[in-house]
Design a protein around this ligand. Structure first.
Ligand SMILES: NC(=O)c1ccc[n+]([C@@H]2O[C@H](COP(=O)([O-])OP(=O)(O)OC[C@H]3O[C@@H](n4cnc5c(N)ncnc54)[C@H](OP(=O)(O)O)[C@@H]3O)[C@@H](O)[C@H]2O)c1
Length: 198
């Protein structure tokens, strides 16, 4: 994997988990996260961080050929997104409090939203600027679902990066587990900034 891919992917996951989903503050033992598109470049990183850093119950969607691979990475459950009953199969696993849709079209975001039905407090995020208006929402769920819009590209600007303050847990984990080269690369991200997120 190229360094730039690692940086953008991890930057994306860090921004989503720390800034929008706020897992460090909100996640509790036993909580579940749904990674829609677990086999995407972003999804494979999100699964690993969700399990290794936050110790969440990880549910992912992917084609059957990727199920074993994603379980090796830390997914507790992997559901085929082409299954007509995918939403009910996710709901049958249990309440889903957090979700990141890494595919992020209106159809996949709708399914992610629907799969979190029945959970009293839900935090959703996607990577292509979808909002609540992009999907059909249930008025009865208004106020119980928060919508994020991660754009890792916004991390680039002149001021201090949000990662320094908001991703300390992820960075300390990476420092303790990764080789010097990769860690240096990741720490170099801390010279970036994102004023629009402050
Ligand atoms: N906002 C940001 O900061 C940001 C950052 C990175 C990427 N993105 C965007 O996020 C999107 C994904 O990027 P990526 O590079 O991570 O993707 P990618 O690696 O190109 O994803 C390919 C995988 O997507 C999976 N997939 C396709 N349709 C799916 C569906 N309906 N449900 C679940 N999985 C599905 C397939 O998995 P299977 O092989 O299992 O079928 C396929 O292997 C792109 O549009 C990219 O531009 C945004």
């Amino acid at each position: 994997m190229k360094v730039q891919q690692v940086s953008l992917g991890l930057c994306t996951v860090a921004q989503s988990f720390s800034h929008y989903l706020k897992l460090g503050k909100r996640a509790q033992s036993g909580d579940s996260i749904l990674i829609g598109g677990g086999a995407t470049a972003t999804g494979v990183l999100a699964i690993q961080v969700a399990k290794l850093v936050y110790n969440l119950n990880v549910i992912a969607t992917a084609s059957p050929r990727n199920h074993e691979y994603l379980k090796e990475l830390g997914a507790d459950y992997v559901i085929d997104y082409n299954d007509a009953d995918v939403v009910n199969k996710i709901k049958a696993i249990g309440k889903v409090k957090f979700a990141l849709d890494t595919v992020s079209d209106a159809r996949t975001y709708q399914k992610v939203y629907d799969a979190t039905e029945g959970t009293s407090e839900v935090y959703l995020d996607n990577l292509l600027n979808l909002t609540a208006d992009s999907i059909k929402t249930d008025p009865k769920r208004e106020g119980t679902v928060k919508f994020g819009q991660t754009l890792a590209y916004l991390s680039l600007s002149r001021r201090r990066i949000f990662l320094v303050r908001r991703c300390t847990k992820l960075l300390s984990f990476l420092k303790s587990t990764m080789s010097g080269g990769t860690t240096s690369c990741l720490l170099s991200l801390t010279s970036l900034s994102t004023p629009s997120l402050e």
